[in-house]
Write a protein that binds this ligand. Structure first.
Ligand code: G6P
Ligand code: MG
Length: 211
């Protein structure tokens, strides 16, 4: 019986993983590079700067630090243009029911995301008020698969790691949860993830009676 649920953001609560992919592809085009959806799996859960470094490595490009900052910020501008089109209530299936249930059942609700845009997205879609703790890219130093983000979330809600459940759509996030000694449910329609404790297609398939 979990006492806290720690949610990843992009691709779990909101359909923004596709926006990240689109924006990174658009950026890669700047230096005539392209990458596939399969390669994109490696970018999920990974911070903005680490994602850029990976893409530059794949593209065999070396760029000086100031240029890197420019590229990362350009990607974020494009990403936010897509985010701005989101509306109140634009969350993935099952999200509102699950959050409402957890709140009523007095479970702790935490966010564990690498995104620096997390609060803006939670606000825009109208689900910010559900969260007891928000650990995001502005407070975390080490990208998933490092467990820092989830351990900080557990500490902030005052629940032992083993009594938390993590919901993740990224392999890096699953490894992070495992290392943090937390059970993890993969949100994985496409069956591309491994090493989870349970798998659902989306949050509407979570058996809330289990938590
Ligand atoms: C999440 C996403 C990644 C993204 C990272 C940083 O982990 O899965 O695709 O790169 O957040 O997001 P940000 O909004 O700060 O660029
Ligand atoms: Mg994600």
């Amino acid at each position: 019986e979990a006492t806290a649920v720690i949610f990843d953001l992009d691709g779990v609560l909101v359909d923004t993983a596709v926006f990240h992919y689109q924006a990174w592809k658009q950026l890669a085009k700047q230096f005539d590079f392209d990458f596939t959806e399969v390669e994109n799996e490696q970018l999920k859960g990974v911070s903005r700067v680490d994602s850029l470094n990976l893409i530059l490595k794949w593209a065999n490009r070396e760029v000086p630090a100031p240029k890197k900052e420019q590229l990362a910020s350009l990607k974020n501008t494009w990403y936010l243009e897509l985010v701005e089109k989101m509306k109140y209530g634009d969350v993935l299936p099952g999200t509102l029911d699950l959050l409402t249930y957890l709140k009523a059942a007095d479970k702790k609700i935490a966010l564990g995301s690498a995104s620096k845009n997390a609060i803006r997205i939670l606000e825009k879609t109208g689900i910010l008020h559900y969260f007891d703790a928000i650990i995001d890219g502005n407070v975390v130093k080490n990208s998933k698969p490092d467990p820092e983000v989830f351990l900080k979330a557990a500490a902030e809600v005052g629940i032992m790691p083993a009594a938390c459940v993590v919901l993740e759509d990224a392999q890096a996030g699953i490894e992070a949860a495992r290392t943090a000694n937390m059970p993890v449910i993969a949100v994985d329609k496409s069956h591309v993830l491994t090493n989870y404790n349970a798998r659902v297609n989306d949050l509407s398939e979570i058996l809330i009676s289990d938590y």
